[in-house]
Design a protein around this ligand. Sequence first.
Ligand code: ATP
Length: 209
Amino acid sequence: MAILAGLTGTIGSGKTLAASYFKELGAHIIDADALARELVCPGQPALAEIVEAFGAGVLSPDGSLDREKMAAIVFSDPAQKKTLESILHPRIIAREMEAYQAIRRLDPCAVVIVDAAVLIESGNYRNMDKVIVVAAGEEARAERAARRGGLSREEIEAREATQWCLEEKLKYADFVLDNRGDEAALKKNVGVLHARLRELAVVSPQPGV
Ligand code: ATP
C-alpha cells in the first residue's frame, strides 16, 4: 500500500537534493515546481486565467509566461501572489493526486515523495500521509541558495519573506530530515527515512482502495 510524503523546507534547504537521493533508493518523485511550469505552457487554461488576472504584459513575445516578470509582481505584492496561487495551487494539487494514483496503480507499495516548497502554506500538507521538513543550518542554507545562482540576495530575501520560517514549518513535520551536515550525511539521513517510509508503505491501511 503506497505512501504519499510531502517534502518541504525553507529556500535552499536541500529539498531537491534530498529528493534526488530518495529517487536513487527507488522512491517516486513528484516535483510541484515542474507541474507548475507545465500548467503555464501556452494553450493551458491556467495561462489564460493568469493573463486575464494580470494582463498580457506577463507574457513573453512568444506567448509563454515570462516567469521573471511574474515573479517580480508576486514577490513584491502579497495580494497578487494570492491571486496567482488561487489559479495555480488547486491545479497543482489535482495533478499531484493524479500522478500519485497513476504511480500506485503500477506500484502498490510505492514510496511517493512530493517535492513542494510551499506544501504547508498552501494547505496541501493535508493531502499527504506524512510531512517531511528538511532542516538545514541557517548560514549554510543562505549561502547555498545564493551560490546556486539565478537570484540576487535581495530576491532570495523577498521570496523568503513570503514563505514560512523553519520553526513554523517544523510544527507540521512528521519527520525532520537533518541537512546540517555535508551531502554524504544528508544521503545517509535520507536512507534511514526512506527505510522507515517503506515500512509504513507496506503496513499502512489504505481506506477506499
Ligand atoms: P529551493 O527552495 O530554492 O528550490 P531546495 O530546498 O530545493 O531549494 P537544493 O536545490 O536541493 O535546495 O539545494 C540548494 C543548493 O545547495 C544545491 O546546489 C545543493 O546541491 C546544495 N546542497 C544542499 N544540501 C547540501 C549539503 N548538505 N552539502 C552541500 N551542498 C548542499
